[in-house]
Structure formats: structure tokens, C-alpha cells
Design a protein around this ligand. Structure first.
Ligand code: ADP
Length: 434
């Protein structure tokens, strides 16, 4: 039944009864006409009051301050007080929802995950980072128990033991997370998740680098110390043997120097404090001086050729010389005597392309992805034999990155390798600028 009928049927009945009573009183007291007019007056008055009550009850169904009806008599005061209260309410509500929206946005922008749960760990709300860290989906998982959603034994123990003063480190979905539960209000708790996968990886890399660098430096130092001891113990050593020792010590010293220089170069290339200094590079000069250096390294054991058809480029001369020389010297060092090394510089539709192709020992596929890691070598003894520091390709990778170029490696074990650097078209110096 409509509210209009439920309201008006008893109201009209009541008015009718008032009218009847007034008529009855008038009839029995033989003042019929005055009773009729009093009855009608009262009925109109009651009708007016009922009408305001009805409008008020209708308004309460959707209490919007702008739709509050105008009143008459005492109703004016009632409606204006209601209006003020409602306006205040509406203002508070708008402020509250603005705060809530701002809070949600701030939570969304946080780099950490935030999960809000009730006292018995039922999920109430979480931000997108928490969804990502913990594999949750708020729309589906809301009101589910968090221990049913995160099924890690360490997390279960953490919850059971309830020692929330200390954070918990867990590996969850291939990520290392630090979880922390904080109680708030009386019946709520927050679970904060912090992803440390990346910082752990960088820490591990730093530790490995220091361990590897120390190990690399220790070997030549041990050799030098060994010879120094022998020489100290045998002052009468013949000059031929001593000269031999000095030569070996000098080699080891040279090796240590190359290592330190490569480490410093790498540090510089990685540092944001050393932005790239771009200049016009005369490629002909660079390539020709590099090829003659390679002839010196090969001492006539390889057939080295140069194809130079590419343009001059904008880049860092020192960095490109270092990258190109590293690739070319690797080709010479990892190609047995009698092999060939072809260095080429061409222009392609994607931009200038530098490549070094050798007919050397090649690399099997499982090693290729790791070659640019610091100190990664396929064959440690061969690298040392050929004076390798294990940092050459790491340097190349950084130079390539700084020039917005792309390094590609194509190799077949036992047949040879091609290392290429594809520069962007924008690196080209147009002939008009020559
Ligand atoms: P290294 O100083 O040991 O040469 P690099 O970083 O320059 O260090 O190279 C890493 C490893 O990649 C080398 O130890 C070698 O095993 C492999 N490598 C690099 N260039 C070649 C190549 N042209 N042919 C075969 N193997 C290569």
C-alpha cells in the first residue's frame, strides 16, 4: 500500500470523527450552527497540521535540505531548525567523503601495501600494492579471513604466536616481503607489506662484487708476494732468474692495474653524477686507431679486417672507444691463431650499427644471457690467460645503455660469435654537419 493511502485514510477518519463529535455536541446542546462552524474550523486546522506532518514524513524518506517544505506557524521554526541541522550534516558528510577519497588516494600512492582487518583478521580493505604483494583481490576477498588468503606457514606461525612487535620477513609469490601487523582502534589491525626483493638483489650484487673484486685482486697479489719472498730468501739468485721473476711480477701488477681501472670505469658509468658528455665523433679515426691496436694485440696471428661504411655519430668518444675496444679485443682473445675478425660500421634503416664478427671458440647458449654480469666468464682460466678482467662486457652494457643503443650477441659454440651495437637513428651526424 502506498504511504499516501496509509497516511491519509486514518487521518481523514480522525477528522471525520472530530466533525461528528462537534455535530453531536451541537445537536444535543441545540447550538447546531455554531457547532458546525467550530467542527469545520477544527477539521481545517487538523487538516493543515496533518498536511505538514505528511510532508515532513515524505521528506524524511529522502532528507535533502534543498527539498525541505516551507512551514506555517510553529512549523516555520521546526522546518528552519531541521534545515540548519540537515545542512550541517550534509557539510560534514561532504567533508567526510572528501577525506575518505583523499585517504584512499594516499593509500593507493603508497609504495607499501596496507591491509585493514578486523580483530579476527577478516579483510575489510586493502590498497592495490597489497593486492599485488599478497595476491589479493579486494572485490572478491573482502570479508574473508586473511589466513585463508595468505597460505604461508611462516605467516600462520606469526599470527598464532601474535608477537606483532617485530616484523616478519617472508618469501611470498617469488618476492621477499617484510610484513608487520599493527593494532589500532579497539577492534582493528593493519597489515603493512614492504617489498625488499629489489634492495636485497642490489645488496647481494654489491656483496658479490666486493667478494669477486677481492678475489681477483688477491691472485696477482699472492703471485707478487710469492716472488718477493723468494727473492728476499735468495739474495744470490742469478740475474736471469731474477729478471724472469720481475717480468712475471710486472705482468701481475699490470693485471691489477687493469682490474682497478675497469672497476673505476664501471663505477663511473653507473654513477648518476657522471652524465654522458656527447660530442661529434670522427668514426674513421676511432675505427682505424682501434684496428691498429688490435693488430698489436693479435701479433699477426689473426686476419683482421675493417668495413667502414657508416656515418659519424654523436656520443662519448672515451666511452665508445672503450666499448668497441672491449668487443674487438674479446674477438681477438677468444679466436685461436689463424682465425678471422671482421669489424664493421654501417648505416641501417634503424640507425648506425657496430659489429665484431669472429671465427673463434664461440659461446654456448646457456651462457649468453649472463655474459654482461660483472666477472662472469665462460672459462675462467682462458679469460685470465688472455689478461681478461671479467668486466669488459659489463662496461660495454653500460656504455650501450648510456647511448640508448642495444647490444646483441649471436654465437655458436665452436664456430664463432658476432657482437653488435645498434645505435638509434638520432645518433647519426648528417653529412651536412661534417
Ligand atoms: P673477460 O675479461 O673475461 O674477457 P668480458 O666481460 O669481456 O670478460 O667477457 C665475459 C666472458 O664472455 C669472457 O670471459 C668469455 O668467456 C666470453 N666472451 C666474450 N667475448 C667472447 C668472444 N668473442 N668469443 C667467445 N667468448 C667470449
Amino acid at each position: 500500500m502506498s504511504p499516501k493511502i496509509t497516511f491519509w485514510v486514518p487521518a481523514v477518519l480522525r477528522m471525520f470523527i472530530v466533525l461528528l463529535i462537534a455535530l453531536a455536541i451541537g445537536y444535543f446542546s441545540s447550538m447546531l450552527w455554531s457547532a458546525v462552524s467550530i467542527g469545520v474550523g477544527l477539521t481545517i486546522l487538523i487538516f493543515l497540521q496533518l498536511n505538514y506532518l505528511y510532508r515532513l514524513s515524505l521528506w524524511l524518506d529522502s532528507p535533502d535540505s534543498s527539498k525541505l517544505p516551507d512551514g506555517w506557524g510553529a512549523w516555520t521554526e521546526i522546518f528552519s531548525r531541521l534545515y540548519r541541522m540537515r545542512r550541517e550534516d550534509e557539510k560534514n558528510q561532504i567533508e567526510l567523503s572528501e577525506w575518505l577519497a583523499r585517504f584512499r588516494q594516499a593509500m593507493t600512492l603508497l609504495p607499501d601495501g596496507v591491509v585493514i582487518m578486523d580483530d579476527v583478521l577478516f579483510l575489510e580493505w586493502c590498497n592495490p600494492v597489497a593486492e599485488q604483494h599478497l595476491g589479493l583481490k579486494l572485490s572478491q576477498d573482502k570479508n574473508m579471513r586473511i589466513t585463508n588468503l595468505i597460505r604461508s606457514p611462516e605467516f600462520m606461525d606469526y599470527i598464532i604466536l601474535g608477537r606483532f612487535d617485530k616484523p616478519l620477513t617472508v618469501t611470498h609469490r617469488d618476492r621477499k616481503l617484510i610484513l608487520h601487523i599493527i593494532k589500532f582502534e579497539n577492534r582493528r589491525q593493519i597489515l603493512v607489506t614492504h617489498d625488499v626483493t629489489e634492495s636485497e638483489r642490489i645488496d647481494r650484487m654489491r656483496r658479490d662484487f666486493i667478494a669477486n673484486a677481492s678475489h681477483e685482486l688477491r691472485t696477482p697479489l699472492t703471485v707478487i708476494n710469492g716472488f718477493l719472498e723468494i727473492n728476499a730468501m735468495q739474495p744470490e739468485m742469478d740475474s736471469m732468474t731474477r729478471a724472469g721473476h720481475i717480468k712475471l711480477m710486472a705482468e701481475q701488477g699490470q693485471r691489477m692495474q687493469s682490474l682497478v681501472e675497469d672497476m673505476l670505469t664501471l663505477t663511473r658509468l653507473e654513477s648518476v653524477d657522471f652524465p654522458i658528455r656527447v660530442e661529434h665523433i670522427n668514426m674513421r679515426n676511432l675505427l682505424e686507431s682501434m684496428v691498429s691496436e688490435m693488430h698489436g694485440l693479435s701479433v699477426g696471428k689473426h686476419q683482421i679486417s675493417l668495413i667502414n661504411q657508416g656515418p659519424d655519430v654523436m656520443g662519448s668518444l672515451d666511452e665508445l672507444r672503450s666499448a668497441f675496444t672491449n668487443l674487438a679485443s674479446n674477438a681477438v682473445r677468444y679466436t685461436p691463431a689463424g682465425g678471422t675478425v671482421v669489424i664493421s660500421w654501417t648505416q641501417t634503416e634503424n640507425g648506425p650499427l657496430f659489429s665484431v664478427k669472429d671465427s673463434g671458440i664461440g659461446i654456448s647458449p646457456e651462457h649468453i644471457a649472463r655474459l654482461t654480469e660483472r666477472f662472469y666468464r665462460v672459462d675462467k682460466s682462458r679469460s685470465r690467460e688472455t689478461q681478461g678482467t671479467g668486466l669488459g662486457l659489463a662496461i660495454v652494457k653500460h656504455v650501450v645503455l648510456r647511448h640508448k643503443a642495444v647490444l646483441s650477441i649471436d654465437s655458436t659454440s665452436g664456430e664463432g660469435s658476432t657482437f653488435s651495437i645498434q645505435f638509434p637513428l638520432s645518433a647519426t651526424v648528417s653529412t651536412a654537419e661534417h
